[in-house]
Design a protein around this ligand. Structure first.
Ligand code: BGC
Length: 748
């Protein structure tokens, strides 16, 4: 067994924890999350209730219960079960020999615990999985044994008193039962959608309370008469079927036995892993941590429908189960290289939310598509105007993330272009992509300002990725990203005809776009080789290293940013910004410039966003700054495992899995250390950390999955499929057939 820290260990592909402490319940519930992109069941135990942060979060259940936060709902928990001994829950008894596990390859979690009673010990073995085969199903099997005689009452059923972050979503909760199991239906408080849950379990003495329906079974346990049961929950909503209650009833009638469901899920997981199964040889901990992050990225991603990846996935309701730019910039690369269908599905989600983006643009006096900073099902802006508070005065802070972080639209456009170029999906471009690009360009054209005395267009009053500096002009990341999308859109207009010609730009629009393309201000590198993050950034107070600024805090919970936080009038950054630009556009600046800027900005960065470490790791690895890259990669790999990031900021709960970081960890290995890129063909410029011997990397190229084994000196093709792959290694073109190996010279 290998130790990770925080009482976590691992053995091969299994995460293990041998200490139970209620204090860690929020984090453990996320670490041991089960899921399948449709739902996430927090890693809590069968007897867990609201106070233990028990929650099953289902995608496509957005609801606004408190008048402020529209978030995904937690649904009724059909896997509730408790063993009562003299009327007291097992939670209230001493536990020994505790062990819980999560097998990342099968998604199965277990708990093994012994409950100490006065003169007898009861051992409980619990196993759970969210089916990767049938997304509506979660199964649980429990077996209990005792070393002496004991009478127990098994209380099992559906508990609707579940953890919910912002208000009670489940209204009009009703319950029912028949020979097969127990049923519950609820209406979402503002959205009015119906959620239905059914659970297959023993149906004995039924007890109904306002927020639960349970069945009671009396068990006489002896050393030679162990007891076991299975409980299977199914869930759906009115987004999927007209009559959810009828649907779950039918589902119970046709349900396969537990073992068959489990076998089917294991098989589906096995297939799921094939394209994502990157292996790191030389450091078992890194190898495991990468797998852990990939597991969480996978279970956070809806694949059944075009729906967004939430910034905390389906691990908690924080960040509203909604997409940020994280989706296109951090989660997308893994899918672009391993399973392009999923990348396409995510882009289709952005296509289906175009109307929301159009509405937002209109509302603020612009044209085209201004994508929501926080985007749920319809693409309307979910980001409230006020969400942090000034903890010193207690007054709310107006953040302008929704209004000024306009780079979101260009990031969506950038992802469309990346996908189409890499997978030559011309049909996607004609049917969907071009329309998005045109609408994004329209937005840009209505958003730029022409400054006559400078004879150029500028993008003023924005917020770049570094959220601690709001209301800035000409953010380098934003301007370059916008320019790239506009330039490529103009080119795409020459190459493709959209399915719907009505959306094509008018002649006068086209003329304006060409003028913006020619005259959009793109900040240049100064004599010191530095690219200014935004106008006037270099005039701000420089504090190095950045964390020294925290000495100025009056209250540890203070918000650091706009309008008056401790970083606002300094060069201290929340997260990568100029370095962020290099991460998406390495082609724009030569390596020397990127290195100079990396060394300038990194010490000024607080890395208070979980997005920051992977960006630095990626850019540093590409630049051959291997130790630096590895240092950031280590941070990224352990953000969730070691719970390093704050769960509350400016009074708002932001805990849960850091889904963007989970997906981007994969991308750092592929695009950073293995140096993979797509530039009219596959490129590889590896820079492996010293601690690693090799990376085994599956990549989806030219319509099929190929695998490469990359060491410090060689790149070998290890898949068995036929046909050569063209690949540029350190600038030299090669073709690699299955089994062939190329020796390269390390450039760092
Ligand atoms: C980061 C944003 C990010 C959001 C969701 C914020 O803390 O600054 O860049 O999109 O979290 O992950």
């Amino acid at each position: 067994m290998h130790t990770l820290g925080n009482h976590l260990n691992f053995e091969q592909t299994t995460l293990i924890k041998t200490q139970y402490d209620l204090k860690h319940a929020i984090n453990d519930g996320s670490l041991f999350l089960m899921g399948n992109g449709y739902l996430g069941m927090r890693g809590t135990f069968m007897e867990a209730k609201k106070a233990d942060y028990a929650g099953i979060i289902v995608t496509d259940t957005w609801d606004n219960a408190d008048g402020k936060w529209e978030e995904l709902s937690t649904v009724m928990n059909g896997l509730f079960a408790d063993l009562k001994i003299d009327g007291r829950s097992i939670f209230e008894r001493p536990w020994t020999d505790f062990k819980r596990t999560l097998d990342l390859t099968t998604g199965i979690t277990t708990r093994d615990v012994t409950i100490q009673l006065d003169d007898v010990n009861v051992n409980i073995k619990e196993e759970k999985f969210a089916s990767m085969d049938d997304h509506h199903v979660i199964g649980m099997r429990v077996s209990i044994t005792a070393d002496g005689p004991v009478d127990l009452a098994l209380i099992q059923g559906i508990d609707a008193d579940v953890w919910s972050l912002n208000g009670t979503h489940l209204k009009e909760v009703s319950f029912d039962s028949n020979d097969l199991g127990l049923y519950s239906q609820a209406r979402l408080s503002s959205a009015q959608d119906i959620i239905a849950v059914a659970t297959q379990c023993n149906v004995h003495e039924i007890g109904k309370q306002p927020l639960s329906i349970t069945s009671k079974t009396h068990i006489s346990l002896h050393p030679d008469t162990p007891y076991a049961w299975e409980q299977i929950m199914v869930v759906t909503s009115s987004h999927e079927t007209k009559d959810p209650t009828l649907w779950v009833q039918k589902k119970l009638e046709d349900l396969a036995p537990y073992d068959s469901l489990k076998t089917a899920s294991i098989k589906a997981w096995k297939e799921k892993w094939v394209p994502f199964d990157v292996r790191i040889k030389g450091d078992d901990t890194d190898d495991f941590a990468l797998k852990f992050n990939t597991y969480h990225a996978l279970i956070a991603t809806p694949t059944h429908k075009p729906l967004p990846i939430g910034a905390r996935g389906l691990s908690a309701q924080s960040y509203q189960g909604a997409a940020f730019w994280d989706q296109e910039i951090y989660n997308m690369p893994m899918y672009l290289y391993a399973q392009p269908d999923v990348a396409k599905n995510l882009l289709l989600y952005r296509y289906h939310t175009l109307d929301g983006a159009r509405e937002k643009a209109k509302k603020h006096g612009y044209e085209g598509a201004f994508y929501a900073w926080i985007s749920g099902k319809t693409g309307k802006e979910l980001c409230p105007d006020f969400f942090f508070k000034d903890v010193l005065s207690g007054r709310p802070i107006r953040n302008h993330f929704n209004l000024w972080q306009i780079h979101i639209s260009f990031d969506v456009g950038f992802a469309v272009l990346r996908y189409v170029k890499q997978h030559q999906d011309e049909a996607f471009m004609r049917d969907y992509g071009l329309e998005m690009l045109i609408e994004i360009s329209r937005f840009l054209a209505s958003r730029v300002a022409f400054i006559p005395h400078r004879d150029r267009y500028e993008i003023i009053r924005v917020q770049g990725p570094d959220e601690y500096h709001e209301n800035v002009d000409n953010n380098a990341f934003t301007n370059y990203q916008a320019h790239y999308v506009l330039k490529e859109t103009l080119q795409a207009l020459d190459e493709y005809t959209p399915k719907n010609p009505a959306i094509l730009p008018r002649d006068d629009e086209l003329e304006l776009w060409q003028s913006i393309d020619a005259k959009l201000y793109l900040p240049k590198v100064n004599e010191a080789g530095l690219l200014e993050q935004f106008d006037g950034y270099f005039d701000l107070e420089s504090i190095v290293p950045a964390h020294k600024v925290t000495e100025r805090l009056i209250d540890p919970e203070e918000y650091y940013g706009y309008p008056n936080g401790i970083t606002v009038f300094t060069q201290c950054l929340k997260q990568a910004d100029t370095v962020q630009l290099f991460s998406v556009h390495p082609e724009l600046f030569d390596e020397e410039v990127q290195r100079t800027n990396y060394h300038y900005y990194e010490p000024r960065t607080l890395h208070f966003s979980s997005l920051s470490p992977t960006t630095h790791a990626l850019v540093a690895a590409r630049l051959g700054l291997v130790d630096e890259a590895y240092k950031h990669m280590k941070k990224a790999l352990f953000i969730d495992l070691l719970n390093t990031n704050e769960a509350v900021s400016g009074g708002t709960f932001i805990g849960g899995m850091h889904t963007a970081n989970n997906g981007a960890s994969w991308a750092v290995v592929a695009e950073g250390f293995a140096g993979v890129a797509y530039d009219d063909g596959l490129v590889m410029n590896p820079h492996l950390p010293n601690a690693w011997e090799s990376i085994t990397l599956p990549l989806y190229i030219n319509g099929a999955l190929r695998t490469f084994e990359i060491t410090h000196k060689t790149i070998e093709r290890t898949d068995e499929s036929s046909g050569p792959i063209a690949i540029r290694i350190q600038g030299t073109p090669h073709t690699l057939n299955s089994g062939e190996k190329i020796t390269y010279t390390h450039s760092s």
